[in-house]
Write a protein that binds this ligand. Structure first.
Ligand code: PLP
Length: 423
């Protein structure tokens, strides 16, 4: 198609014309199995009748009412349902239009919290080298993906990046997973000491690292230690669940499996499931209370935040995840998927690691399985894998990510929760 739309790829792309269940069809009539839900977005598959009906119903009543004047039944209903199922202590919801917006709002909320509580010197964010938090400037500054940051470096606010929790690469020989988790988490404490605890406002991390690393969960105990360190120094813990949240890992919030609650958590992709652009930032009652009892309101906002159509879609998606009991299905299908991946690729000379949780799985590709040496970035392996898979009718999400700051290749699989074992 010789159109005027430009996107992230200069290569010619097929035109998507329809979708049904786990399949997308293009203008040439070819069908593709959506093995990654785009980028871990389409958790209910395509053309879900309940979500479509909820959007139509909302559209027939009212599409938009500015949040400067009105709240809406759709937004209130979604927020209630999110909070009823949120981690302990998380009590308020701020609705946005996507993941980057949710992260920007989280960072600004953290800053305002410390202004309200009389600690204005707290302004620094600590993040991890293997992370992606969005493409807007604040979120990009927090992210650790060198390639995404490179061109815009002069525009990015200075952020500290510590090592990720990445067992396959960074656990030392003879070190237990538990010891490794504590060592990795303790890097946060070292960085806080280096910066001065009184200047640090937040630590941000993805519970299961998505786009930059290919579904890398932390080892058990890592996030518990992170929580302790944040509490000890009065620092807010922001968990970015934009990709791994909304049931993708088998629990509604990924952090439930780490046994911790965040101060702020962001969700997006699976919340709209691709039906509407939506994201959300959820925060603790303590943070909200400080602002409500202080200046009175969060000094932020976008024209489209809390959009009723998006909120209606989000409510229908969340109702489907919970009401159709898709979470146990994600766990069971996730086990089946990982068993198949292990049986098929477990001994492949160019597969270093197969990992993840629920229906969020990553395959790390290596040039040498023994030494774990990555492929040369110049090969652009991920682009070749993506093209080859598409030619076979499979959508997967290969990326040239980072191995603690350096190049690595992986394939991310994040199929719809409704996928069958055969598919
Ligand atoms: N945070 C994480 C963990 C993500 O994976 C992404 C997108 O991939 C974002 C934030 C940004 O979300 P969006 O692309 O909706 O702005």
């Amino acid at each position: 198609m010789a159109g005027h739309v430009f996107g992230r790829s200069s290569a010619a792309m097929p035109t998507a014309v329809s979708g049904e269940g786990c399949y997308i069809r293009d203008a040439e009539g070819r069908s593709y199995l959506d093995g990654s839900g785009g980028a871990a977005v389409s958790c209910l598959g395509h053309s879900d009748p309940d979500v479509r009906a909820a959007i139509h119903d909302q559209l027939d009543r009212i599409a938009f009412a500015h949040t400067g004047f009105f709240t809406s039944e759709a937004a209130e209903g979604l927020a209630d349902l999110l909070i009823a199922n949120a981690p302990e202590g998380v009590e308020k919801v701020y609705l946005l239009s996507g993941g980057s917006e949710a992260v920007e709002a989280a960072i600004k909320l953290a800053r305002q919290y410390f202004l309200e509580t009389g600690e204005p010197e707290r302004h620094r964010v600590i993040a991890r080298r293997q992370s992606y938090h969005g493409n807007t400037l604040g979120a990009l500054a927090a992210g650790g993906n060198a390639w995404r940051r490179e061109k815009y470096a002069p525009l990015l606010v200075e952020t500290s990046h510590i090592a990720p929790c990445y067992e396959y690469r960074l656990r030392e020989d003879g070190e237990s997973a538990e010891d490794y988790g504590l060592r990795a988490a303790n890097e946060l404490e070292d960085e806080i000491a280096r910066l001065g605890p009184e200047t640090v406002m937040a630590f941000i991390a993805e519970p299961v690292v998505g786009a930059t690393a290919g579904a890398v969960p932390a080892v058990r105990g890592y996030f518990k230690r992170i929580r302790e360190i944040c509490d000890r120094h009065g620092i807010l813990l922001i968990l970015d669940e934009v990709m791994c949240g909304m049931g993708r890992t088998g629990t509604l919030f990924a952090c439930e499996q780490d046994g911790i609650s965040p101060d702020i958590v962001t969700v997006a992709k699976g919340l709209g499931a691709g039906y509407m652009p939506i994201g959300a930032m959820l925060c603790s009652g303590r943070i909200f209370g400080a602002i409500e009892g202080g200046s009175g309101s969060f000094q932020h906002g976008h024209t489209y935040h809390g959009h009723p159509l998006a909120a209606a879609a989000g409510h229908a998606v969340l109702s489907a995840i919970l009401g159709r009991e898709l979470l146990p299905q994600v766990r069971q299908r996730g086990e089946a998927l990982t068993d198949r991946l292990q049986a098929t690729f477990g001994q492949h000379p160019h597969v270093g690691d197969i990992r993840g949780r629920g229906l969020f799985r990553g395959i790390e590709l290596v040039a040498d399985r023994g030494t774990k040496a990555p492929f040369d970035p110049e090969l652009k392996l991920h682009a070749k894998v993506k093209k080859a898979a598409l030619a076979e009718g499979l959508i997967c999400y290969p990326a040239g990510g980072t191995i603690d700051g350096k190049h690595g290749d992986h394939i991310l699989l994040a199929p719809p929760f409704i996928i069958s074992e055969d598919q």
